[in-house]
Design a protein around this ligand. Structure first.
Ligand code: GLU
Length: 487
């Protein structure tokens, strides 16, 4: 490739649901490759597998990409000169190229049913032979195909491999050779009339001018097919960089079994996109140096494919949690507010999502939180119905019953003082401080009984924040309920 040619790369997901973290990494690296080199990033939807079609999946992918802060220059959602960018709208184009291959004798019709193919495979297995589809000496004609279709047989088309070893140069994994003896004449058009992924992918990459393919390592083993198709169709060969596998902490390929693995689940669980991006960027890529958390703009300027590694990447949830904690701690309040309100908009929580002042107060009162879910855990009860408070017997025992019911006495004495108190920070702080002084009790001995009375447990934001968020009426009502019920 001419060094002056700018990079055109693409993310080409098959729409099967929300974006998996592995796909998100591919998308991120494609975005970074384009942005760091002044290239172009395309989004193409590979939806020719009609059986796997999931309603709404394209919208979900787009939403997830945008949430991560990734944008693209051409493709679904933004348009562009080389569309349509959904494969389901490009069937005629694929057929045109399949036709060319048929005419050139580089592809041929096949008529086996799935059962017949299976039987052929089993026979080969029984004979201890590797099964490779046996190409007939005389290739079926178009007329044969029409007759087979009329008889109700499935008509598919296979590519005729030329019988040469194929060498792929991958910029991460180096040179990979697939010997001719391992190459099977693979299907390029299925019996349902749709092209397979291989054919559609190769045609589109060529027609969309894609000259750099970044994708997961799981595709490396198939790349020989793409190279052969490109040669047969006279398409130029792009550059390749395959990204290492992502493993769980037990060293297995990351999967649903490990818990949530799609971007939307992390969003719903209260993670920040900035933390996700920074974390995902390190799955197979390393910036060098000590710093670990990078913003998207930083990554855009420093990304370099030379720093991609081939060692399996590890999906370390603890590290992600630590990243999120750090990113949240250093984010400005306006940014946090927007992210928190986004979190609230997709979750059912007791918080008044539209009340900006309350949301800001919650964020301040919960400083140090790891994810937004922590805020729900710590402060949710303050916005529930008073009746929803459930008293943790251990907390009651430790904080109220102990020392001859000292906590109960404190509660009884604080109640009238609180009833007379103005509901604002300074007044509440003074009330508690004065009470500590006159009673000779430490802060904990005063704050904890109140906390248990109004939340049922010993964990909540700082006492004043707890009371302010709860409000005067609910505070008094909960103290009453606690005293009367003496749980
Ligand atoms: N549609 C493929 C996928 O689901 C794309 C593979 C590629 O990037 O070539 O990931």
């Amino acid at each position: 490739m001419d060094v002056t040619t700018s990079i055109r790369t693409r993310f080409a997901p098959s729409p099967t649901g929300h974006l998996h973290v592995g796909s998100a990494r591919t998308a991120l690296f494609c975005h970074l490759l384009a942005r760091s080199t002044g290239g172009t990033f395309l989004l193409r939807i590979e939806d020719t597998d009609v059986a796997r079609h999931v309603e709404g999946a394209v919208e979900q992918i787009i939403e997830d990409l945008r949430w991560l802060g990734l944008d693209w220059d051409e493709g679904v959602g933004v348009g562009g000169p080389l569309g349509p960018y959904r494969q389901s709208e490009r069937l005629d184009l694929y057929n045109e190229y399949i036709h060319r291959l048929l005419v050139a004798g580089r592809a041929y019709y096949v008529f086996e049913t799935a059962e017949e193919l299976q039987a052929m495979r089993e026979t080969a297995e029984a004979d201890k032979r590797t099964f490779l589809y046996p190409r007939p000496d005389v290739l079926p004609t178009g007329e044969d195909a029409r007759r087979a279709a009329a008889e109700g047989r499935p008509v598919a088309i296979r590519f005729a491999c030329p019988g040469v070893d194929v060498m792929i140069h991958d910029e991460v994994f180096g040179d990979v050779t697939v010997p001719a003896a391992q190459q099977e004449d693979f299907i390029i058009r299925k019996a349902d009339g749709w092209p397979t992924y291989h054919l559609a992918n190769v045609v589109d990459d060529a027609l969309m001018g894609v000259n750099f393919i970044l994708r997961g390592q799981e595709f490396l083993g198939q790349t020989w097919r793409h190279k052969l198709l490109r040669e047969a169709l006279g398409f130029p060969e792009p550059r390749y960089a395959h990204l290492p596998l992502i493993m769980d902490m037990a060293g297995r390929k990351l999967s649903k079994r490990d818990g949530d693995v799609d971007i939307f689940s992390f969003r719903k669980a209260g993670y920040l996109p900035e933390a996700m991006v920074s974390f995902i960027a390190l799955l197979g890529w390393s910036p060098g140096g000590q710093k670990e958390i990078y913003s998207l703009p930083e990554l855009r300027s420093m990304f370099d494919i030379a720093r991609l590694g081939k060692a399996n990447a590890k999906f370390d949830r603890e590290k992600l949690l630590a990243f999120n904690t750090d990113v949240a701690a250093s984010a400005g309040e306006d940014r946090l507010l927007a992210a928190f309100q986004d979190f609230l908009s997709i979750n059912d929580t007791p918080f008044p999502a539209g009340d900006e002042a309350v949301c800001r107060h919650l964020l301040r009162a919960n400083k140090g939180f790891r994810t937004f879910e922590d805020i729900v855990f710590k402060s949710g009860i303050l916005f529930e119905d008073d009746q929803a408070v459930q008293y943790d017997p251990k907390a009651v025992q430790k904080v109220l019953d102990k020392a001859d019911g000292e906590g109960w006495r404190v509660l009884g004495e604080l109640k009238p003082l609180l009833a007379d108190c103005a509901w604002e920070e300074a007044a509440l702080e003074k009330l508690v401080a004065d009470y500590c002084q006159t009673s000779g009790l430490g802060m904990g001995k005063v704050a904890q009984p109140l906390r248990v009375a109004v939340t049922g447990r010993t964990i909540s934001p700082a006492l004043t924040d707890t009371l302010l968020l709860l409000g005067k009426a609910a505070t008094l009502a909960r103290i009453d309920r606690c005293l009367n019920g003496r749980p």
